[in-house]
Design a protein around this ligand. Structure first.
Ligand SMILES: Nc1ncnc2c1ncn2[C@@H]1O[C@H](COP(=O)(O)OP(=O)(O)O)[C@@H](O)[C@H]1O
Ligand SMILES: [Mg+2]
Length: 459
């Protein structure tokens, strides 16, 4: 069932119940007060007559000789009939009396009683029976009656407008809530149409144009647009990533194929040239496998696969990296420093990969006579790893971009051709995954320092 219909039905139900409760209670209160008033006037006439009669009895007059007092009560529409204890009529008011001739001693006790009768021709009427007492004994009865015809028909006249008014109110409420629901939900319609259009066209650059008031729906539209924006960004960067990756893979492949072509086509290549071509091919193949390995690391990071964590001793990792670097046979001087014990919660392989990325960069962008300093230390809260070099440095305009995928600065491209531009984006992911951060300081031409801060486990 659509929300619009549900809202309308609910509001009709609530409004209808409230309306019905109000109108019917007004009607009932009015009705009761009308009947009570009739009873009161009936009672006051009957008791007045009885009092007069009892006064005369007290004066010694026999009941059979007593006439009804004056007739002024009949102006109220009340008819009175007096009977003796045996039910024999003694006196009767001038206006007609309709009540059935009930046998009084059987039906009525010493107290007064009120009855309602229905006369087929004249409608309903109310009757009061009150005993005439002489020293505590009922010597006769006063029967007084009043017609309810007028009240009944006036109540009937009132019931119709009340009922039709209630129904009309209900109808108006239904109409109003239907329109209100439509107005309130029109924004939702706009948003769902945009979503549908995006699903069909995959155009994440579309936005919901919501012009209504600043309310929950405009908030929903804003949130939806924010979501579209981040989707668009992800979509565009994913596309660019694929384009960049294919481009980067094509370069080494072209070189390898070119070299193989030469080897196949040219019959007699001097052994020295042949060795050079093979070395070049080998270098390009190595660069390609490095690129593929880096892409794989990033794909794994994006996939958010589960990573095993345990306590890692960063000093131990630096020792391993130091050994690796010694095996690289570098001309640059390498200096490693070990400070306070630095234990962190993390994945050993990833953290070693992190150190190697910085070490590789330092080596790659530092001339042979340079100095590369690595250190692991810790303060109260954090473990700090530093990799500093006296290399080419990073231009200020490049600094904001070096962590982007495939980004390589102009000077880096000139200095070393064998980078992939993926190292630092992997490093950034590893550090963020471990809840740390990276601080880079660099002076072009003088050197750079990468500082990684990771949460520390207190030992
Ligand atoms: N130690 C460093 N000295 C100078 N520039 C650096 C250093 N480390 C990183 N960079 C700059 O950051 C860029 C991105 O680094 P990275 O992602 O590791 O890619 P790659 O090393 O393959 O070029 C490099 O191209 C270079 O411009
Ligand atoms: Mg690198």
């Amino acid at each position: 069932m659509p929300i619009r219909l549900r809202l309308t039905l609910w509001s009709c139900l609530i409004f209808g119940v409230v309306l019905m409760a109000i109108t019917s209670s007004i009607y009932l209160v009015h009705r009761t007060s009308l009947y009570n008033e009739t009873d009161r006037s009936l009672e006051s006439v009957a008791l007045h007559v009885r009092e007069e009669v009892q006064k005369e009895i007290k004066q010694g007059k026999p009941l059979s000789e007593i006439r009804l007092p004056s007739e002024e009560y009949s102006t109220n529409g009340v008819s009175v009939w007096m009977k003796d204890a045996a039910g024999k009529s003694i006196a009767k008011s001038a206006n007609p009396f309709r009540a059935p001739d009930v046998s009084l001693p059987e039906t009525h006790a010493l107290k007064r009683e009120l009855h309602t009768f229905t006369d087929p021709a004249l409608g309903r009427y109310r009757m009061l029976v009150a005993p005439v007492l002489d020293q505590g004994n009922a010597v006769g009865y006063i029967q007084a009656e009043i017609s309810l015809k007028q009240i009944d028909s006036s109540l009937k006249r009132l019931a119709w407008p009340v009922l039709t008014g209630t129904l009309a109110g209900l109808f108006l409420a239904a109409l109003g809530s239907w329109f209100l629901a439509r107005k309130a939900l029109s924004g939702v319609e706009i948003i769902s149409q945009t979503a549908k259009a995006i699903a069909v066209s995959q155009g994440f650059d579309r936005r919901v144009l919501y012009t209504g008031a600043k309310d929950e729906l405009s908030h929903l539209a804003d949130t939806f647009n924010e979501m579209l924006e981040s989707l668009e960004k992800a979509f565009v960067s994913q596309r660019r990533f694929i384009a960049d990756a294919s481009h980067e893979l094509r370069a080494p492949l072209t070189t390898i194929r070119g070299n193989l072509d030469i080897l196949q086509r040219v019959k007699h290549i001097p052994p020295q040239d042949q060795a050079e071509i093979l070395a070049d091919t080998r270098k390009e193949a190595a660069r390609m496998s490095k690129l593929v390995a880096d892409l794989l690391s990033l794909a794994r990071a994006d996939a958010g696969q589960e990573i095993r964590m345990r306590i890692v001793d960063l000093s131990k990792l630096l020792q391993e990296v130091e050994l690796d670097m010694k095996a690289w046979n570098l001309q640059a001087t390498i200096r490693c420093e070990y400070g306070a014990s630095a234990l962190t919660w993390g994945n050993e392989d990833l953290l070693k990969q992190l150190l190697l990325i910085f070490a590789e960069n330092a080596v790659r962008y530092t001339p042979e006579e340079g100095l590369i300093a690595l250190s692991v230390d810790a303060d109260k809260e954090r473990c700090v790893m530093r990799v500093a070099d006296t290399g080419i440095g990073i231009e200020p305009q490049d600094l904001p971009h070096i962590f982007e995928r495939f980004y390589r600065s102009e000077s880096a491209r000139m200095h070393a051709s064998d980078g992939t531009g993926l190292g630092l984006s992997i490093a950034k992911w590893i550090v963020e995954f471990h809840g740390g951060n990276i601080i880079v300081t660099s002076t072009p031409g003088q050197g750079s320092e990468f500082q990684v801060r990771l949460p520390k486990i207190k030992d």
